[in-house]
Design a protein around this ligand. Structure first.
Ligand code: A2P
Length: 331
């Protein structure tokens, strides 16, 4: 049994982490919840028991934590995660603070759990759209090799946390946005996270860099366009993938349908394809619309949908924790 901390316990992802820990029956001795001074002292009911939210401070270093799940933003992670992990705490960090550091594992259990090691207790949880995309791409990479990947994402407002959801609701009431620069209600924004000098957004760059790291393919051609859509929850990603060698559509579909964590939902004749509403509340990655790109050799299109707060964040983090304690990842 483990003492498990959730840092950012009142946020959209933190709350989902608590829910998933309970659902997966993670072997918890004590659950310790941390947030800002704004939330300290409030109680959360977990499994019928009231747990008081603690204010995050240096006092955390003296708390008897075995595993800490962080989702309170990059600067909080930078401040607290390294020292906790140096103390031997297993830290699974949902922020982007450490993802691209070479010595820090960036893990999606279905894809690269073998990179986990007891000597590396600080582990990064990848970007939400990247997680679902590599679950789909890894089995193709293993069988055929990948030449190039092009992503276009359709990302839900829950990916921006509570403030994203509130902006969608504000827009529905005819009010001005407070989080996004333009209304998200009745609109689509080709802008997620800040713009970089190369003209890409940081979200797009994360998808590019993290895909290469997780698939252990530093030279893979990857490009991305990330779009925020007025959907409450679950991201969709349109993936165009060029394989290293020839494959038939039937072969590609067979590889995907056998892949861990993937549910193939692909029967256009019966109007079967996944949408965000299908993925909500689940930890699988749904793939549909698999088809040949008739304009280029060895190239296929996939439509990939997953719950960004669960598989894209909280559930993936808890699955990493399960791997670290030697449990089979549960779904
Ligand atoms: P709080 O609710 O007390 O502000 P989201 O991404 O959904 O907005 O959630 C962010 C999470 O990070 C919340 O749990 C929030 O707590 C927490 N958080 C934000 N700033 C701090 C801080 N300075 N110290 C601790 N927790 C923080």
């Amino acid at each position: 049994m483990y003492n498990v901390a959730v840092v950012g316990a009142t946020g959209a992802v933190g709350q989902k982490m608590i829910e998933v820990l309970t659902e997966y029956e993670f072997p918890i001795n004590e659950l310790m919840l941390y947030a800002s001074a704004r939330s300290a002292g409030k109680t959360v009911t977990v499994n019928g028991q009231d747990v008081v939210i603690r204010e995050l401070s240096d006092a955390i270093y003296a708390d008897p934590i075995d595993i800490a799940l962080f989702s309170a933003g990059g600067s909080i992670s930078e401040q607290y995660a390294p020292r906790l992990s140096e103390q031997g705490v297993i830290v699974i960090d949902n922020s982007s603070a450490f993802r691209m550091q070479a010595d820090i594992p960036l893990i999606v259990p279905e894809v690269n759990r073998v990179e986990l090691s007891p000597d590396k207790p600080l582990i990064a949880n990848p970007n939400c759209s990247t997680i679902q995309s590599v679950v789909a791409l890894a089995p193709l990479a293993e069988v055929y090799g990948l030449t190039r990947v092009a992503y276009t994402s359709y990302q839900a407002v829950s990916g921006s946390g509570q403030k994203g959801i509130e902006d969608l609701e504000r827009g529905a009431r005819g009010e001005e946005p407070q989080n996004y620069p333009y209304p998200i209600y009745d609109n689509v924004l080709p802008h997620i996270d800040v713009f970089l000098e190369n003209g890409y957004t940081k979200e797009e760059q994360k998808m590019i860099d993290e895909t290469r790291k997780i698939l252990n393919a530093p030279n893979l051609g990857v490009t991305a366009t990330c779009v925020r859509v007025p959907v409450r929850n679950s991201h969709a990603v349109s993936i165009t993938v060029t394989l290293d060698r020839e494959a038939t559509l039937a072969e590609v579909k067979a590889v995907l349908s056998d892949a861990p964590g993937v549910v193939l939902m692909d029967n256009p004749g019966e109007l079967v394809y996944p949408t965000p509403l299908d993925a909500n509340g689940t930890d699988d990655v749904y793939i549909g619309r698999v088809r040949v790109d008739e304009s280029q050799p060895n190239t296929f299109h996939l439509w990939c949908v997953a719950d960004n707060v669960r598989k894209g964040a909280a559930a993936n983090a808890v699955q990493i924790a399960q791997c670290m304690i030697g449990q089979t990842a549960t779904k």
